[in-house]
Design a protein around this ligand. Structure first.
Ligand SMILES: *Cc1c(COP(=O)(O)O)cnc(C)c1O
Length: 365
């Protein structure tokens, strides 16, 4: 049986008729960028998250850097972020000229809230919280610290559509929630797209202006903005998927609960759940000291895996200029050497799950 780490076609075929009808409707409408589909999606996604506003954008990275831009965080400023994140989180900070200050993760792969305060300086302007792999971060403690030091909070919600902390939706705790709808995310489009959520009308307005060359009124440009508009076709297809997001997340949860109860191998460490937090299981991430052997073993059984992420941002060539040495973030670096994401996708059959479970249970070093 051939089981890739992810397959997006299954998620399409689940609702094929609805997706195809929506695509046809948009194609025939004669309106393709920033129209009714986009404004309807923004309204529906704001409602879904419980935020007052949602603004559609062209990608998750755009959501991040535009958020920091409208918050006025750039050159000379420091932003606290966890070491073990996707590099896009960090680029959202550095595109604006601000400096990332890395904090080690906790056992749930999110920022260790107990290690934030020691990194705060008089240059610190914000905390970028990444709800990695779908699980909400320790927002109680993080919001307390932000309040105490008067810091902005930006949430990278690229992997956590629908995840709650204390019953409240991620993306609504801080000043801005930044979402990606890249096809492999829990709420995925059929191309690139993203959005911000916020309760602040001014921030929403500024992002709206910024995404369209800084113009509120056509050909009258207030600021030097960018082009980060959302396509009608993506917004329309996202509206279709959003209607089913609850059941899609529920399906991922069922698969992962089977993994949790059936995977039993002393060489494998399973992911754990934070109290008060839900995870929407963007990835099922195990840890293994013999990861390279495990990858090879699974590959021989035609089971695909992905490492999220093999090189932490501070050791990536792109951030050589930060001059952060190997060994400075030992937990982050250890995760990079031991984590492995095993197959997980909507539409994964019971047989496929069993095949993965059996293979992992039979792995020996
Ligand atoms: C996917 C992702 C992004 C970037 O989103 P794009 O839409 O690909 O630009 C940012 N942060 C995290 C944690 C992600 O997983």
């Amino acid at each position: 049986m051939n089981i890739p780490a992810n397959r997006l076609d299954r998620g399409f075929y689940k609702y094929q008729k609805e997706f195809e009808q929506k695509a046809l409707d948009v194609l025939r409408s004669g309106w393709y960028v920033l129209g009714n589909e986009v404004s309807s999606f923004e309204k529906e996604y704001a409602e879904y998250t419980g935020a007052n506003h949602c603004v559609g954008l062209a990608s998750g990275l755009d959501a991040l850097w535009i958020a920091f831009r409208v918050l006025g965080i750039g050159k000379g400023d420091e932003v606290i972020v966890q070491g073990n994140t996707y590099i896009a989180s960090v680029m959202g900070i550095t595109i604006n000229g601000a400096t990332p200050v890395f904090v080690e993760p906790d056992e749930y792969f999110n920022i260790d809230a107990d290690k934030i305060e020691e990194k705060i300086t008089n240059k610190t302007k914000a905390i970028l919280v990444v709800h990695l792999y779908g699980q909400a971060s320790n927002m109680g403690k993080i919001m307390e610290i932000a309040k105490k030091y008067n810091l902005r909070v930006v949430e990278d919600c690229a992997q956590c559509h629908g995840a709650l902390y204390d019953g409240k939706m991620t993306g609504t705790f801080g000043d801005v929630g930044c979402f990606s709808f890249y096809p492999s995310k829990n709420l995925g489009a059929f191309g690139d797209s993203g959005a911000i959520t916020t309760n602040d009308a001014k921030i929403a307005e500024d992002v709206k202006v910024f995404r369209n060359y800084g113009s509120e009124k056509r050909y009258y440009n207030k600021v030097v903005g960018t082009n980060s508009r959302l396509d009608e076709i993506q917004a329309g297809l996202l509206r279709v998927r959003l209607k089913h997001l609850k059941e899609l997340n529920e399906e991922r949860k069922e698969i992962c609960e089977r993994y949790l109860s059936c995977i039993d191998n002393k060489l494998i460490i399973l992911p754990t759940a934070r109290e008060n937090a839900t995870t929407v299981w963007h990835q099922f991430v195990i840890k293994c000291e013999y990861r390279d052997e495990l990858i090879e073993y699974l590959k021989n059984k035609e089971i695909g895996t992905i490492i999220h992420y093999p090189i932490p941002p501070h050791l990536s060539e792109a951030y050589n200029y930060l001059n952060i040495k190997e060994g400075s973030l030992p937990i982050t670096e250890k995760y990079a050497k031991t984590v492995l994401s095993i197959p997980l996708y909507n539409g994964m059959t019971k047989e496929e799950q069993d095949y993965v479970i059996d293979a992992i249970n039979n792995f020996r070093k």
